[in-house]
Ligand binder design. Structure first.
Ligand code: TXA
Ligand code: MG
Length: 373
């Protein structure tokens, strides 16, 4: 496959390839989120990815390849259904897990005998992979547990000088990470993502379950992941405004993701940053991480949201919101805001004891569907 020409200056591409060959780290755009790439066969480079991300070495990385014809170079025992999925969805936001070939270092797979492979769809990623020729091991280019980057600016904010080179390909079009399917046996979804479950099922002509608990270690399955600084509270759609009012009344600076059906309720409210989420799940997915970051920028201590219907891309959005709302291992600036509305009746102010100044000056209204990043 020949990537579109002119999407990136040739000298930038050459520099990125040189950095990869020298064992450096290159952040690059994919259609889902930005990746933090290293030569998949250079153990030292791969180890640096883990260090820079602050990610435990047992959590495996995805190997990105430029063409599905390379699948057998990295994976063994590719089944008919798996091959079919690759044909239907590559390049695209689907990651397939196979038995690894020996060229895949255990440093990449976190010690597993399987390897996750993906051909991304972004023209800059494809140009990079074509010019490089090898496999690029790349997690999302954010610190472990934080919100994934959907612009080059997010990468620089999060990782700064720890990345040797950043290829800027503009904002990511899908906005949530790839769907991960374990293809070592009957296909099972390990992580919902940019390819909808329904589309996988249509391609295979059978149901594809979503694994409740994977036997493999998947960081995205950590209870708290994809998390902004603000605590996220997930409530029923008709409870969003009431929950936000309650927290604001307690002096908490609240970000509100208003469901589209509640858009008529929008309006400036004291201490609340209100954003009506886009009607379409594709737009919502594209903007989700940017919106979470926007709330952090506004200094919100809590974000109140509801999950969309878990269909199509709504399944991935729901998954990410749930994980953002999951219990944290370390306390954030939002301290002890209850992780799930209704699980605590502790008043916000009493629970923080922060003596925080009044938030009454904060009255922000962001227009529906606004691009946040
Ligand atoms: O869209 C994406 O998938 C982005 C872009 C950059 O490609 N990448 C990404 O990487 O989200 P990361 O590392 O943030 O998430 C990759 C997921 C992890 O949850 C990891 O555990 C899982 O893929 N994974 C990698 N190798 C695996 C394996 N052998 N078996 C099961 N899961 C695996
Ligand atoms: Mg990630």
């Amino acid at each position: 496959m020949v990537p579109p020409q002119g999407v990136i200056a040739p000298h930038r591409l050459e520099r990125a390839v040189r950095v990869l060959r020298a064992g450096g780290l290159v952040a690059f755009p994919t259609e889902t989120v930005y990746g933090l790439g290293a030569d998949a066969e250079n153990v030292g480079a791969v180890k640096r990815v883990f260090e820079v991300k602050g990610r435990p070495p047992t959590h495996p990385l995805i190997v990105h390849i430029g063409d599905r014809a390379q699948i057998d170079d990295w994976a063994a025992g590719v089944s008919g259904p798996a091959q079919h999925l690759a044909e239907c969805f590559w390049p695209g936001p689907l990651t397939l897990v196979f038995r690894r070939r020996s060229r895949v270092p255990l440093a990449v797979t976190g010690g597993l005998e399987t390897v996750a492979l993906r051909v991304p769809e972004h023209p800059v990623a494809l140009a990079l992979l074509a010019a490089y020729g090898g496999g690029v091991a790349a997690p999302s280019a954010n610190r472990f547990g934080a919100v994934s980057p959907t612009t080059a600016g997010h990468v620089r904010e999060g990782l700064g000088a720890a990345v040797d080179f950043v290829l800027d390909g503009g904002p990511c079009g899908v906005g949530v990470e790839s769907t991960i399917v374990d293809a070592t046996a009957e296909p099972v979804i390990l992580r919902p993502g940019g390819v909808a479950r329904e589309d996988l099922e249509q391609a295979l002509g059978c149901s594809v379950p979503v694994s409740a608990r994977s036997a493999v270690r998947v960081p995205g399955q950590h209870p708290s992941h994809y998390a902004p600084r603000a605590r996220v509270l997930l409530v029923e759609p008709d409870q969003v405004t009431a929950q936000a009012e309650l927290l604001a009344a307690q002096g908490c600076r609240v970000g509100v993701l208003l469901p589209p059906e509640a858009a008529n309720l929008s309006g400036s409210r004291t201490g609340q940053v209100m954003i009506t989420v886009p009607e379409s799940d594709a737009d919502y997915a594209r903007q989700l991480y940017g919106l979470l970051r926007e709330f952090d920028r506004h200094g919100c201590e809590a974000i109140v949201a509801s999950a969309p219907a878990p269909e199509g891309l709504g399944l991935a959005i729901t998954d990410r919101l749930r994980r953002a709302a999951g219990p944290r291992r370390v306390s954030s600036s939002a301290g002890s805001v209850p992780a799930t509305a209704g699980t605590s009746t502790e008043p916000w102010r009493a629970s923080t004891g922060s003596g925080r100044a009044s938030r009454s000056d904060l009255q922000v209204q962001v227009r529906p569907g606004r691009e946040s990043s």
